[in-house]
Design a protein around this ligand. Structure first.
Ligand code: NAP
Length: 159
C-alpha cells in the first residue's frame, strides 16, 4: 500500500485558516476528487468537522480522533491502529488528506506527496511541515504541471 499525502499549500506553507481553506480553486477541488476517488482517505477530526462531519462520497473515509467516535465513518484513536486496519483491506493506495496535525505525523511514513502549490500568500494558522530543504535528499520531484498563474500540481516521490 502506497501512502500518499495530498495537500495544497501557499508560498509560505499555509494550508488553513480558522478551520477552513484560505482559498477556493475549483481546479484543485476537481484534481483532489479525481485523484482520491476509489481509494481510502485518512484525515484528522479537524478536517472531518470541516466536511460537516459527513464522509466524502466514493471513498472509504477514515478519521483519527481521541475524543469523538463517529458512527458514519471508520474512526481510530491512533494512527498505528488506523494503518493496521486499512492494510487488512489491501488497497493499493492510501491518501492522507490532512490537516496540519495529521500531515506532521504522516510525513515520515509517506511514499509520495501530491502537492498543489498556490502561487500566492495568505493569512493562515495551519501550516504544512517544512520539506523544501529535503528536496533532492528525501523527496524527488517527479512531475510538475503548471495549471494556471495561481496553481501548480507537483508530485514528489521518496528517494
Ligand atoms: N490545504 C490543504 O490541502 C488542507 C488539507 C486538509 C486540511 N486543511 C486545513 O487544515 C486545518 C485543519 O487541520 P488541523 O491541524 O487543525 O486538524 P486535523 O489534523 O484535521 O485534526 C486534528 C485532530 O485529529 C485528531 N488526531 C490527529 N492525529 C491523531 C492521532 N494520531 N490519533 C488520534 N487522533 C488524532 C485529534 O483529534 P482529537 O482532538 O479528537 O483527539 C486532533 O485534534 C483546516 O484549516 C483545514 O482547512 C488544509
Amino acid at each position: 500500500m502506497k501512502i500518499i499525502i495530498i495537500v495544497a499549500h501557499d508560498l509560505n506553507l499555509v494550508i488553513g485558516n480558522n478551520g477552513t481553506l484560505p482559498w477556493h480553486f475549483s481546479e484543485d477541488l476537481k484534481h483532489f476528487k479525481q485523484t482520491t476517488s476509489g481509494f481510502p482517505i485518512l484525515m484528522g477530526r479537524g478536517v472531518f468537522e470541516e466536511l460537516g462531519s459527513k464522509p466524502l462520497p466514493n471513498r472509504q473515509n477514515i478519521v483519527l480522533s481521541t475524543t469523538e467516535n463517529y458512527d458514519n465513518v471508520a474512526c481510530y484513536s491512533s494512527l498505528e491502529q488506523a494503518l493496521e486496519a486499512i492494510k487488512l483491506e489491501q488497497p493499493s493506495k492510501l491518501f492522507i488528506i490532512g490537516g496540519g496535525v495529521v500531515y506532521r505525523q504522516a510525513m515520515e511514513l509517506a511514499d509520495e506527496m501530491i502537492i498543489t502549490l498556490v502561487h500566492k500568500e495568505y493569512e493562515g494558522d495551519t501550516f504544512f511541515p517544512e520539506y523544501r530543504s529535503e528536496i533532492g535528499l528525501i523527496w524527488e520531484k517527479t512531475s510538475r504541471i503548471d495549471v494556471s498563474e495561481d496553481l501548480s500540481f507537483i508530485h514528489y516521490t521518496r528517494v
